[in-house]
Design a protein around this ligand. Structure first.
Ligand code: NAD
Length: 550
C-alpha cells in the first residue's frame, strides 16, 4: 500500500513522509525531487523558464510514473506530493485511488512561520504577502485536500507521524475513493469513485436522519438504486423507497401528489431528508417534492446520469412540467449534499452519455480551455464509455470540471437575479434558447436534452458570428467539437414555424424579451436586441432543407 501525503507547502509532508517510511521500512518518494531529477533543473528554474504550466506538465508525468497502486496491506511507499499536485483532477485520480491519502492540515500562521525558516524556495509563496498567498492557496485547494483523510491541530512531528500511522492501521475503505469534497451555497458537493453508499450514510447522519427515504424511478433503481439501498441497509439504515415513473413522466404535478401521499403514508416528518436517486428528470421531481412536502425538507441528490452529475443536481432548481411547457412549476431548493459517484455512469446507455456532453461543450464554450481540449482529445471515448475513459480518469475529469464550473456560476448568482449580466447564472443558458425551441418543436420526444442543446450551441455560435460578437475561429472550434462528438450532425425534420413558435412562447414566459447568450473570445455576452429575421435565418440552418455545416 502507498500512503500519499497532501497539504500546503510547510505542512510537513516531507518530514512526516521520511519518518513514516523509515518506521515501515518503506520507500520515501518526494514528488518534487522526482520532478527536479527528471527535468535536470530546480523547481524555481522550471518556473522561471516555462512558468507554472511547464511545472504542472512535469508534475503530471511524475504522478503517472508512480504506476498502479499496490494493494498489499504493508506500507511500501510513502509519497510526499507538491502542494499543488492535487489541483489536477487526473493527478488526484492516480494518487487517491487504492491508496491512503492523508491531508496534513495546518493554520496559515503556522505554515508561514515554518516557511520563513525553510531553505527551499516556493515560487507561489515567494511574494510580498506570503500570508495572503497561503490563505488564497488554502481557499482554492481546500476541496481537493479535504477529499483525503484530514489531520489537523497537530504541530509536533512525532505526534503527526503517530496520527498518520493510526490511519494506516484503520485503512479499510481503499475500494472507495473520494476525489473532491467542496462546499458551496448549494450545499456540500462530493465526487468520487464507488462512494455513494458511504457518502449518503454520512450525509444522512449529518442531517440527524432516523432512516433513509429514497425517491427513485425504475431505470435508475435497477441500474444502481437497489444496490445503494442494500448497502445502506447493511450499514444499519432502515430504508424506505418511493418509485416515480421513469423519465420525463416523473415531472408531473399528479406524480408529486402521489409521492406526497406516499410520504404521508410513511409519516415522514419535518426535517426528515429525502434522497433523490436518479437522472435529471427524477432529480427535478424529487427535488420539487422535497421543496414542497411540509413546506420543505432537506434533500440529498444522488445523480445517476451524466446530465444530472454535471448539471441538473447542482444549483437547486427543481420543478415539474405542464402541458403548456417544461419546468413551469417549481422552486429553488438547494440540496444539503450532492453525491456524485462516477461508477454510476458505467451502466448508462451510450446515447445518454453522448447527449450529456452537449452540456459539457457548453461549459467549455463559456471559457474553460482545459475542458475544451479534454473534450477534443477524449470526448469521443467518453461518449462511447470506453474502458480506458474510466480507467484513465478522463470521465471523472470531465464530470468534475463541468460540475464545478456550474458550482462557480451558481455561487456567484444563486437565484438568477443578475438577469442580464454575462457573469450571472444566465450564462448557463448558452445554447438553450434555440435548444429549447427545437426540443419543443419535436414535442419533447425526439431529442434528448443535451442533443437539443448541441443544436442550440451551433445556433448560438452562428448567431454570434452573424452579429460579429463570436470570433469565427471559436465558432469553428465549437462546431468541429460537436461534429467529433456526433452531436447535432443531422438537420432536424421540423418546420421553421414550429421552432419560431416555441421561441415566441419562451419570449412570453421571459417577460417579453429573449436574452441570447453568445460566446466571445473572452466569456459570453447577453444580447436582447437580436432581430427576429436573423434568428429565423440561423434557425433554418439547423433544419432539413438547409445544410448543417461543420
Ligand atoms: N434542474 C436543472 O437545473 C436541470 C438542468 C438540466 C436538465 N434538467 C432536466 O433533466 C432532465 C434530463 O435529465 P436526464 O437525461 O438525466 O433524464 P432522466 O432522469 O430521464 O434519465 C434518463 C434515463 O436514464 C436512466 N438512468 C438513470 N440512471 C441510470 C444509470 N445509472 N444507468 C442506466 N440508466 C440510468 C433513467 O431511467 C432514464 O430512462 C430534463 O427533465 C431536464 O429538464 C434540469
Amino acid at each position: 500500500m502507498d500512503v500519499i501525503l497532501v497539504g500546503l507547502p510547510g505542512s510537513g509532508k516531507s518530514a512526516v513522509g521520511r519518518r513514516l517510511a523509515h518506521r515501515h521500512g518503506a520507500t520515501f518518494v518526494d514528488l518534487d525531487d522526482s520532478i527536479e531529477k527528471a527535468a535536470g533543473r530546480s523547481i524555481p528554474d522550471i518556473f522561471a523558464e516555462g512558468g507554472e504550466t511547464a511545472f504542472r506538465a512535469l508534475e503530471r508525468t511524475a504522478v503517472e510514473h508512480l504506476g498502479p497502486a499496490d494493494p498489499d496491506v504493508e506500507v511500501r511507499r510513502v509519497v510526499a506530493t507538491g502542494g499543488g499536485a492535487v489541483i489536477d483532477p487526473r493527478n488526484r485520480w492516480h494518487l487517491y485511488r487504492g491508496r491512503l491519502a492523508v491531508w496534513l492540515d495546518a493554520r496559515p500562521e503556522v505554515l508561514a512561520q515554518r516557511l520563513r525558516r525553510s531553505p527551499n524556495v516556493r515560487p507561489l509563496i515567494a511574494t510580498r504577502d506570503p500570508m495572503g498567498a497561503i490563505r488564497s492557496l488554502a481557499r482554492d485547494r481546500e476541496r481537493f485536500y479535504s477529499a483525503a483523510h484530514r489531520l489537523n491541530g497537530v504541530a509536533e512531528l512525532g505526534a503527526l507521524v503517530e496520527r498518520v500511522d493510526e490511519l494506516v492501521a484503520r485503512r479499510d475503505t481503499l475500494g472507495a475513493t473520494t476525489l473532491l469534497r467542496g462546499t458551496s451555497l448549494g450545499g456540500e458537493l462530493l465526487i468520487g469513485d464507488g462512494i455513494a453508499a458511504a457518502a449518503v450514510g454520512d450525509a444522512l447522519r449529518a442531517l440527524h436522519a432516523r432512516r433513509a427515504i429514497l425517491v427513485s424511478e425504475p431505470g435508475a433503481w435497477e441500474a444502481v438504486g437497489a444496490d445503494l439501498a442494500t448497502a445502506l441497509a447493511d450499514d444499519g439504515w432502515s430504508v424506505e423507497r418511493i418509485l416515480l415513473p421513469q423519465g420525463e413522466g416523473s415531472k408531473r404535478l399528479t406524480v408529486i401528489e402521489e409521492a406526497a401521499r406516499a410520504l404521508a403514508g410513511l409519516r415522514a416528518e419535518r426535517g426528515e431528508p429525502i434522497v433523490a436517486v436518479g437522472g435529471g428528470a427524477l432529480g427535478d421531481a424529487a427535488g420539487f417534492l422535497a421543496a414542497s412536502w411540509l413546506r420543505g425538507v432537506p434533500l440529498i441528490q444522488v445523480p445517476t446520469t451524466m446530465v444530472a452529475q454535471i448539471d441538473s443536481s447542482i444549483g437547486g432548481k427543481t420543478g415539474v412540467d405542464l402541458p403548456e411547457g417544461k419546468n413551469l412549476v417549481g422552486a429553488f431548493h438547494p440540496p444539503a449534499s450532492v453525491v456524485i459517484d462516477i461508477a454510476y455512469l458505467g451502466s448508462l446507455p451510450e446515447r445518454q452519455r453522448r447527449a450529456a456532453l452537449g452540456e459539457a461543450v457548453k461549459m467549455a464554450a463559456l471559457g474553460d480551455e482545459r475542458l475544451f481540449s479534454l473534450l477534443e482529445t477524449d470526448g469521443e471515448a467518453i461518449a462511447r464509455g470506453d474502458e480506458a475513459a474510466f480507467a484513465t480518469g478522463a470521465i471523472a475529469e470531465v464530470v468534475e470540471r463541468a460540475a464545478w464550473a456550474k458550482v462557480d456560476v451558481v455561487d456567484a448568482d444563486e437565484k438568477e437575479q443578475a438577469a442580464d449580466a454575462a457573469d450571472g447564472r444566465i450564462r448557463l443558458n448558452l445554447g438553450h434558447s434555440l435548444g429549447h425551441a427545437v426540443e419543443a418543436a419535436g414535442g419533447f420526444g425526439d431529442l434528448l436534452h443535451g442533443e437539443a442543446v448541441a443544436y442550440g450551441l451551433r445556433g448560438a455560435v452562428r448567431l454570434g458570428v452573424e452579429l460579429g460578437v463570436t470570433p469565427p475561429e471559436l465558432a469553428d472550434r465549437v462546431e468541429t467539437l460537436l461534429t467529433t462528438l456526433g452531436l447535432a450532425t443531422e438537420p432536424l425534420p421540423f418546420p421553421i414555424g414550429a421552432v419560431m413558435g416555441a421561441l415566441a412562447t419562451d419570449k412570453k414566459h421571459a417577460a417579453g424579451s429573449l436574452r441570447w447568450v453568445l460566446p466571445t473570445g473572452d466569456g459570453p455576452v447577453v444580447r436582447s436586441d437580436v432581430p427576429a429575421e436573423t434568428v429565423e435565418r440561423v434557425a433554418a440552418t439547423l433544419l432539413a432543407g438547409s445544410e448543417v455545416t461543420a
